[in-house]
Design a protein around this ligand. Structure first.
Ligand code: RFL
Ligand code: PHB
Length: 401
C-alpha cells in the first residue's frame, strides 16, 4: 500500500473541510482533503441558504467573499406568518444593523474549491476514507480508497469534517465521548423551483396543517420547505400537490399570491439534533456536522461548521507553527458550548413553528409564543440577535487566523 505524508489530513470536502484547508494554507500548513463524492456532486448538492452576519464578514476577511457579495441577497428582516397574518421581524433594526446573506451552500463550496485549486491545494475527489488509526499514538494514519486503489496518509492531525454519516466519530476510543441526540417527529420536504420568489424576505409560516418556509436562491430561483411526516414517501407528492399545499399554508387574510414554476430538485430531510462531547481526542479533531447536527429551522448548521473551523484553524496554526497546544486543548469545550447555544435556538425555532398532530395544548402554546414575539420588542430583539449572529459568537479572544 502506497503512502503520503501531510501535516493535516482532512476528511470531507463540505464547507468545513474545504474552509479548514483554505485557512491552513494561508498560514503555510499543508493538508490533503479526501472526499468520497465527485466535485460535480458537491457543487450541485442543494442544502443551506443563510449565511450569518459574522460568518459572512469572516469569509470576506479571508478572501472568499467576492462572489457572495456580488450575487448573495442581503436581507434585513424575516416574516413570521401565522393565523393567516404576516408579521415582520426587523432584524437589522433590532440587532445592531446586522444582516444575513442568502447564498447557497453549494456556491460557498464552489468558491472554496476554486480557491483551493487556484492555490495548488491537494483535493482528492472520489477518495473514500476507510479507517483512521493511532489517534492516541505517534503516527496518526488515514486509510482510504481512490480509483479502486487503497493508500494511506500519515499526518500530525486528522480533521474529521466528514458530516453526520462520516467515519471519523468511529475512530474515537470506546467510551471516550458521549452523544446527546433527539430525533424530531417530522421531516421537511424541500424543493427548488424555477420561479421568482413571491416575497422579498424569508417567510417562516406556522399553519395548523404544518410548518412551511419560503426561501430563495436568487431573483429567479425559489426554495420551499413543507413539514411532513418523518416517514413520508417523496413519490406521494406530485408537483400539483406540493404547490397546493404551499398555497394552503401560506394563505393570508389579505390574499397572498404564490407564483409557481418548474420544480428542479426535491428531497426529504429528517430533523435531528445531535451533539458529541468532546469533539477532539488525541490527534483527532472533529468539526461541523461530524460533531453536531441542529434542525434546519434556525439556519445554523453550516454557520456552526464554519465557526468551528475558524477556531480550529486558529488552534492548529498555534500548534503547528508556534508549538502552542493551548488553543487546541480549549477547542472542544468552546465548540461544544457554542453548539449547545445553536441547538437551543434551533430547538426553539423548531418547536415554535411545527404543530404536533393531536397535541392542542402544544399548539396553543405556539400561538401564544408567536403573539409574544410579534408584539413585544424585547422578545423580537432576542430572536433577531440570535438569528443574525449566533454561530459567529467569539469564543477565543483572538481567533482570527
Ligand atoms: P457536509 O456538508 O455534510 O460535508 C461532509 C463531507 O464529507 C464527505 N464524506 C466523506 N469523504 C471521504 N470519506 C468518507 N468516508 C466520507 N464520509 C463523508 C461527504 O461526502 C461530504 O461531502 O458537512 P460540513 O462540512 O460539516 O457542513 C455542514 C453543512 O452541510 C450543514 O450543517 C448544513 O447544510 C445545514 N443546513 C443549514 N445550515 C445553515 O447554516 N443555514 C441553513 O440555511 C441551512 N439549511 C441545512 C439547511 C441542511 C439541510 N439538510 C439537507 C440537512 C437546510 C437543509 C434542508
Ligand atoms: C434555505 O434557504 O435552504 C433555508 C433557509 C432558512 C432556513 C433553512 C433553510 O432556516
Amino acid at each position: 500500500m502506497s503512502g503520503a505524508r501531510t501535516q493535516v489530513a482532512i476528511l470531507g470536502a463540505g464547507p468545513a473541510g474545504l474552509f479548514l484547508s483554505h485557512l491552513l494554507a494561508r498560514a503555510g500548513i499543508d493538508s490533503i482533503v479526501l472526499e468520497c463524492h465527485s466535485r460535480d456532486y458537491l457543487e450541485h448538492r442543494i442544502r443551506a441558504g443563510v449565511v450569518e452576519h459574522g460568518i459572512a464578514k469572516h469569509l470576506d476577511a479571508v478572501g472568499l467573499g467576492e462572489r457572495m457579495r456580488r450575487e448573495g441577497l442581503v436581507h434585513h428582516g424575516i416574516e413570521l406568518r401565522f393565523d393567516g397574518r404576516r408579521h415582520r421581524i426587523a432584524m437589522s433594526e433590532l440587532a445592531g444593523n446586522k444582516t444575513i446573506t442568502v447564498y447557497g451552500q453549494q456556491e460557498i463550496v464552489k468558491d472554496l474549491v476554486a480557491a483551493r485549486l487556484a492555490a495548488g491545494g491537494d483535493l482528492r475527489f472520489g477518495a473514500e476514507a476507510l479507517e483512521i488509526s493511532d489517534v492516541l499514538g505517534p503516527t496518526p494514519t488515514v486509510r482510504y480508497r481512490h480509483d479502486g486503489i487503497e493508500s494511506t496518509i500519515t499526518c500530525e492531525v486528522v480533521a474529521g469534517c466528514d458530516g453526520f454519516h462520516g467515519i471519523s466519530r468511529q475512530a474515537l476510543p470506546p467510551g471516550a465521548a458521549r452523544a446527546f441526540e433527539r430525533v424530531h417527529p417530522f421531516a421537511w420536504l424541500g424543493i427548488l423551483a424555477e420561479v421568482a420568489p413571491s416575497t422579498d424576505e424569508l417567510i417562516y409560516c406556522r399553519h395548523d396543517r404544518g410548518f412551511a418556509l419560503h426561501s430563495m436562491r436568487s431573483f429567479e430561483l425559489s426554495r420551499f420547505y413543507l413539514q411532513v411526516a418523518p416517514d413520508e414517501p417523496l413519490e406521494r407528492w406530485s408537483d400539483a400537490a406540493i404547490w397546493a399545499e404551499l398555497r394552503r399554508r401560506f394563505a393570508t387574510e389579505d390574499g397572498f399570491e404564490l407564483a409557481d414554476g418548474p420544480i428542479i430538485e426535491r428531497s426529504i430531510t429528517t430533523m435531528r439534533s445531535f451533539i458529541l462531547e468532546p469533539q477532539a481526542i488525541g490527534s483527532l479533531v472533529l468539526a461541523g456536522d461530524a460533531a453536531h447536527i441542529v434542525p434546519p429551522t434556525g439556519a445554523k448548521g453550516m454557520n456552526l461548521a464554519l465557526a468551528d473551523v475558524r477556531d480550529l484553524a486558529h488552534a492548529l496554526i498555534a500548534k503547528l507553527v508556534h508549538h502552542d497546544e493551548s488553543f487546541l486543548k480549549a477547542y472542544s469545550a468552546a465548540c461544544v458550548r457554542r453548539a449547545w447555544h445553536a441547538q437551543e435556538f434551533s430547538t426553539f425555532m423548531t418547536t415554535l413553528l411545527h404543530p404536533l398532530a393531536g397535541d392542542d395544548f402544544n399548539n396553543h402554546l405556539q400561538l401564544a409564543r408567536l403573539e409574544e414575539l410579534t408584539s413585544s420588542r424585547d422578545a423580537a430583539r432576542h430572536l433577531a440577535e440570535r438569528y443574525v449572529d449566533l454561530a459567529s459568537m467569539r469564543l477565543f479572544a483572538d481567533a482570527t487566523p
